[in-house]
Design a protein around this ligand. Structure first.
Ligand code: BTN
Length: 305
């Protein structure tokens, strides 16, 4: 994290190379103040004032930091979550230089996308984490519906699809001490005003953007505001333990249920199966070729039909 701050400070011309060694001696708690200050500085097109102007939420986005560039909003969020950040704090960056995708993959984050992380202090045990990811997917899908995208779908566990192509990914990370989850970082990457050509060649065929689907540029600040409102609504449902309501909303938008998939679980051999549904803790329920039912808790599903 110190390296991250040094990079930010250098970028903002706030520090000379000579004083970097001094930074290395600064108390770690003072770093969070520096990070927060940087997140209140002028950015190019994502503006906290625009987002917060009409933001109709009680706790999501009340504390909001927007950066021109960070390595990963999840990393910044994780650090701030351990240093006095409120439940619902939002970290946004116009660009990320080392963004994280699922399964240790990287995530392309050029200018024009919406890259954000939300800090939650949900007081739950590990078994509920998958539901937070599913709930976030529902919030993104509802956001897309509100801005005019037809039929956004959710591919288990966390990809938002339009016309069969990925437009958004979600990376949920827990900050835990021993067995207790202290903070959950919900990272969301939405390919908003990007061109397909902005993506690495190998991803282009399976990727779309909101601009590509709607045929016009959208307002990122508005998109973020709507998403934060949808996210708060569904996190209240989660806090109220109305898990079935979240699952019902998810099932309505599922891209995966009813399809034949190749299941790729960590530390397991791949196998083909038919997707029957989703269980109450967010695991995918599949029927294997031999007719047995299996719960898929984590991993990936490659759609085969
Ligand atoms: C996936 O692989 O589908 C998940 C991608 C998650 C990307 C987002 S962008 C904002 C946040 N910061 C990160 O480093 N990753 C997440």
């Amino acid at each position: 994290m110190r390296e991250e701050i040094i990079k930010l400070l250098k970028k903002e011309n706030k520090i000379s190379d000579e004083t970097i060694s001094e930074i290395k001696n600064i108390d770690i708690n003072d770093f969070s103040t520096v990070i927060k200050e940087l997140g209140r500085e002028k950015t190019e097109y994502i503006k906290s004032s625009e987002i917060q102007k009409d933001l109709n939420t009680k706790f999501i986005g009340k504390e909001l930091y927007v950066y021109k560039e960070v390595d990963s909003t999840n990393t910044v969020a994780k650090f701030l979550s351990m240093h006095d950040a409120e439940n619902g704090t939002v970290i946004i960056s116009e660009k990320q230089t080392n963004a994280k995708g699922r399964s240790g993959k990287s995530w392309a984050s050029p200018l024009g996308g919406v890259w954000l992380s939300i800090i939650l202090k949900p007081n739950v045990d590990h078994s509920r984490l998958p539901l937070i990811t599913l709930a976030t997917g529902v919030a993104v899908a509802k956001t897309l519906e509100r801005i005019g995208v037809e039929n956004p779908e959710i591919k288990w566990p966390n990809d938002i699809m339009i016309n069969g192509k990925k437009v958004c990914g979600i990376l949920t990370e827990a900050v835990a001490k021993l067995n207790t989850i202290e903070n959950v970082i919900v990272g969301v990457g939405i390919d908003a005003n990007l061109e397909i050509a902005d993506f690495p060649e190998e991803l282009q065929a399976g990727t779309t953007t909101i601009k590509n689907e709607l045929g016009r540029e959208g307002d990122e600040n508005l998109l973020i505001r709507i998403f934060l409102e949808e996210f708060e609504k569904i996190s209240e449902t989660f806090y109220d333990k109305e898990y079935e309501a979240i699952l019902k909303d998810w099932r309505k938008r599922s891209y995966t249920i009813g399809k034949i998939v190749e299941v790729r679980e960590p530390f397991n051999t791949y196998y083909d199966a038919y997707v029957v549904g989703i269980g109450k803790e967010g695991a995918l329920i599949v029927e294997k070729i031999d007719g047995t039912l299996e719960k898929v808790i984590s991993g990936e599903c490659i759609i085969k039909n």
